[in-house]
Design a protein around this ligand. Sequence first.
Ligand SMILES: [Fe+2]
Ligand SMILES: [Fe+2]
Length: 215
Amino acid sequence: MDSKAFVVELTEQVGAFCRSFDSRPPAYSYIPCTTDDQRAMVMKSRFHNELQAADLYGAWLHSTPELEVKGIMAHSANEEVEHAELLAERIKGLGHDPFDYRPLPAQTGMFNALAGLQGTCARVAGFPLAGETVATYLIGKSLGSDSVPEWIKAPYRHINEEELQHGSIPQGVLERYAVTDDLQDAARRAVAMRLTLFKEYMESLDRWVLEGKPW
Ligand SMILES: [Fe+2]
Ligand SMILES: [Fe+2]
């Protein structure tokens, strides 16, 4: 299939996943949190995600031959470390330790699965396209919600600006490189895998933060 049409298919699928949270925003968005302790738990979990994102982009550099994509990944790795620093500062300011966080099993599973993706198309589809798009969508919801306090919104305003600037990069990469049936199949499977695991992680975070369960 034509790669532009293929990218539209994937983008619509991710968009539908995003909108599935509209009626009941997850703890991940901070919107249902009612105490600062709950908000700090979410922020610590998301701090971990920023670090994992930086590690993934960095780890993929070596096996990314496309110079253009290597540059994007290197830039993203640096940006994710900066996001982690912003959140760490905020977490410490609240008297919590960002580094004593123990990742939820579903969260570890999600990142381990992503780390196993091979090839630029599957990686870009599974990570920035199906992951960062969802994160950016939910950050937008947090920023627009009256139930999210300003001290949460402040670091995310900065993160959001950066993410919006390069929000369409994964689509462009896939249009240029996902040009065979096999590459498209790998990318489609990566998106399906990522969205399945992202949902598990979101639900686990809800249980941990909002219901007091271990995960
Ligand atoms: Fe990002
Ligand atoms: Fe980030």
